[in-house]
Design a protein around this ligand. Structure first.
Ligand code: SDX
Length: 378
């Protein structure tokens, strides 16, 4: 059996251009990130997460009235359906929040009023509903697993502040509310990262929006991708003091262990998002009067660069940033999904708009044609 040799397999599809898109541009060499042509620095400093959601979905920053309309749509969808609250109460309290989120979003695909509709308008409505529902699911599950009642959202609060309110039952200080809003902006989209690609592959079969987002959530969970921020915090807690950092990190490197929060498939210099999160972590640490988590992270960063020329990625400082806000560690990756649902759904909408089934090839290296041996002779 002969097979034409196929092009060389690129492990992990490294460097493979798998789609054209107008949503996100990454310059891995220069460390630049644009959403619909706007630099992440401008968006992080001057926009709100709701404006960035609108930008990703519609391609333009909203006017005042368009933003107000989006805020009203998000408010109208934050209250979770009773079926979802019942489901959250059924799950074991020690279940992993990313598993809870993946299952609850899949369940929303059963009861969503437009579940079976695949029009652009229906899918945009689903994108907005999911963007409102995902924070509510995460906050509600955290309350339920603590034996407390879910807290209904406050209409007057913005999206980021509402999540912190539903999680804690009290309004956050202004620095934490703005820091969380900026963190959501920074995580909103990132071209064809693994979870976004996973969502686009699912959408390319013309499966529904909820199935595509469920695929993306399952993909984000992995520690090589969105799961890294929780691993970073676990590492910081194990290090415990700035003085222990050198020995700990050198030990990791000696064991050839990957240091979570470092390295990137695309960036060959510092991830432009890390700069903002480093600053947010320091500001929150100063406000908390406990800079050590930021100090330990800075030391890890110095050693990783000195020993392996590694740069931080988005996960390195998001860990201490969320920790300073008093957010439980196992909610760090679900928070990544609170933000990335905007990018995922923008890419899924783009896939539907100009679709072709995504179906690559593999280089077959298995046995050639073999003769079948009947069972009695085996
Ligand atoms: C995200 O794609 C995206 O855009 C993702 C993301 C997004 O916004 O969606 O940016 C979010 O997922 C960020 C990445 C979070 N993951 C981690 O922090 C986990 C630790 N990082 C690594 O596992 C790694 O850097 C990856 C998975 C992120 C990228 O891996 P690659 O591109 O496959 O690179 P590689 O594994 O081939 O490593 C190249 C070299 C190797 O050295 P050698 O063995 O050739 O000597 O760099 C080394 C690696 O050992 N290396 C690391 C390292 N990352 C790379 N060494 C130690 N620690 C690390 N973290």
């Amino acid at each position: 059996m002969t097979q034409e040799p196929r092009s060389q397999v690129l492990a992990g599809l490294e460097g493979v251009v798998a789609a054209t898109s107008t949503i996100c541009f990454i310059d891995g060499k220069e460390g630049r990130l644009l959403y619909r042509g706007y630099d992440i620095a401008d968006l992080a400093e001057k926009a709100t997460f709701e404006e960035v959601c609108y930008l990703l979905w519609y391609g333009e920053l909203p006017t005042g009235s368009q933003l107000q309309a989006l805020r009203e749509q998000l408010n109208a969808s934050r209250a979770l359906p009773e079926e979802i609250l019942t489901l959250l109460r059924l799950f074991p309290k020690e279940a992993a929040p990313m598993d809870i989120l993946r299952t609850a979003v899949s369940a929303l695909g059963v009861i969503d009023p437009q579940a079976s509709e695949n029009s652009a308008e229906a899918n945009l409505n689903k994108a907005i509903r999911l963007t409102a529902q995902i924070p509510a699911i995460i906050a509600a599950f955290d309350r339920i697993r603590r034996g407390e009642e879910p807290i209904p959202p406050k209409e007057e609060l913005a999206h980021a502040a509402n999540f912190l309110y539903m999680l804690k039952g009290k309004e956050s200080d202004p620095l934490s509310a703005r820091a969380f809003d900026v963190a959501l902006i920074l995580h909103a989209d990132h071209e064809l990262n693994a979870s976004t690609f996973s969502g686009r592959v699912t959408a390319s079969t013309l499966s529904d929006m909820h199935s595509a987002v469920t695929s993306a959530i399952g993909t984000l969970k992995g520690p090589l991708h969105g799961g890294a921020n929780e691993q970073v915090m676990k590492m910081l807690l194990e290090i415990a003091t700035p003085e222990r950092t050198e020995a700990y990190v050198m030990g990791m490197l000696a064991q050839k262990r990957r240091i979570p929060g470092f390295g990137h498939r695309v960036y060959r210099t510092e991830d432009p998002r890390a700069k903002f999160l480093r600053r947010l972590s320091r500001d929150l640490g100063e406000q908390a009067g406990e800079l050590k988590w930021w100090e330990i992270t800075r030391k890890v960063e110095e050693i990783a660069f000195r020993e392996k020329g590694l740069y931080p990625n988005v996960d390195l400082y998001s860990a201490s940033t969320y920790f300073y806000m008093g957010i439980p560690m196992d909610l760090f990756t679900p928070i990544f999904a609170i933000s990335r649902i905007s990018g995922w759904t923008a890419h899924i909408l783009e896939q539907y708009a100009d679709n072709r089934l995504i179906r690559p090839l593999s280089e077959y290296v298995g046995p050639t044609r073999r003769e079948f041996i009947p069972l009695e002779q085996r």
